[in-house]
Design a binder for this molecule. Sequence first.
Ligand code: FAD
Length: 437
Amino acid sequence: MESFQHIETDLFIIGSGMAGMSAALFAANRKINSVVAGGAGGFEYSSGLLDLWGLSLTQKGLTQRERVSKKPWDMVLKIYDQMPDHPYAKIKKEPLKQAFYELIKSLKSQGLTYTGYDALNSMVMTPFGTLRPTYRLPVTMRSNIEAFKKKGPCLILDFRGLREFSAVFFKEMMKKNWPGIRTQCLEFPGTQLRSEVFTPFLARSLETEQIQEKFLKLVKPLLKGESYLGLPAILGVQSSGKILNMLEKELNIKVFEIPTSPISVPGIRLKETLMKAIEGSSVTLLQNQRVIKVLKASNKGFECQLGSKIFPAIVHAKAVLLATGRFLGKGLYADQKKIYESIFDLPVCQPKTRKEWHRPDFFNPDGHKINQAGIETDDFFRPVTKKKKPVFNHLFASGSILAHQDWMRSKCGAGLSIGTSFHAIQSYLQIQNGKFI
Ligand SMILES: Cc1cc2nc3c(=O)[nH]c(=O)nc-3n(C[C@H](O)[C@H](O)[C@H](O)COP(=O)(O)OP(=O)(O)OC[C@H]3O[C@@H](n4cnc5c(N)ncnc54)[C@H](O)[C@@H]3O)c2cc1C
């Protein structure tokens, strides 16, 4: 007979991706007694940019690439009319702004600074030599925007054995617009015996003074009066701002990061900083723990069994926030006919038949219906039954598991997670205070 540890909490946040960790931060800032459990989520894939909205809702009949919006807040206002079922339509503009502001302030207080314009998206250079819109970017990518605008002489570095970024490919893709790029491949200090190197390893190595010194010695002689030095995103995990300042000072050049393909250091930075921000707070993180069974679920509370053999536990919670993501996060799964929600077997809003999941044309600018499938909620982000009644009074959902949004197409991944988690935490408090049930 297995003996379980019993954990009592007010709020159990299931999922520790962008939505779950944002909710954990908002709960910590409000001193809500909470437990958060889950795996890495999309962090390791994410380029660490915080997208709010990047798709134009006014230009029709263009390809998705051409429908880039530089004014995210103008588009958010249009969502209320044009996409009334979108989760953003349940959050007003000011609370959405407040959610971003609170998250960014907390990240900054932990040493991770984000930057960007108040009303505009920035266009960030990607490893593929394209530009993509985002609302907030790590300060280590600040000169990424400026360098492309000014197109001054620039050295782009990559490293022997690194697969996540190629300077030569980047230059090749950029050369039509920006001829002043030179490239150089370096052997990163301490990697002589490695046939392959990965960005998280390089980033963590660069945290040490010894490697920083060796790195500077290698790079200094390569500079030939360039205005900018571009690198794959490897400027540390815990102290990226400091490493950026040190390089700029010692090399006397503007340095910028280019996001890489996964595994992505800026995503890991974001996750680790959010973990630091909730340390010692009212929120307990149970890392890499999965809910395998719901033992009880009613308007009186929830009992959820966690799956680890080393840590068999039952969480008893007055309320649950479901932030388990979509198919990648495993919040949703599908068989040949239907899509299901994996923990509470909640109703999933989805096309009537499988035939409607995808359009025949993969690149159809209107997207595919399967990407809008998910959990429908009331205005308090509580999952609802087919009759639009809350399934449970104290069950909430946030992030990419929600229906009527296609974050990938509309470039609203982080914004959706931050905004809906903020709203769900506010709703939780309102309901706890007896304002609404
Ligand atoms: C390749 C890629 C690049 C991206 N780049 C960006 C970007 O640059 N900017 C941006 O804004 N967005 C980006 N995104 C999107 C962003 O990462 C998503 O918005 C985000 O991952 C969705 O967050 P989520 O928390 O809803 O889901 P997920 O990140 O999928 O997290 C789900 C969480 O639920 C947990 N979970 C699932 N089932 C259980 C269970 N039974 N018990 C316990 N826990 C469970 C998982 O372990 C995980 O922790 C990117 C996404 C991808 C895939």
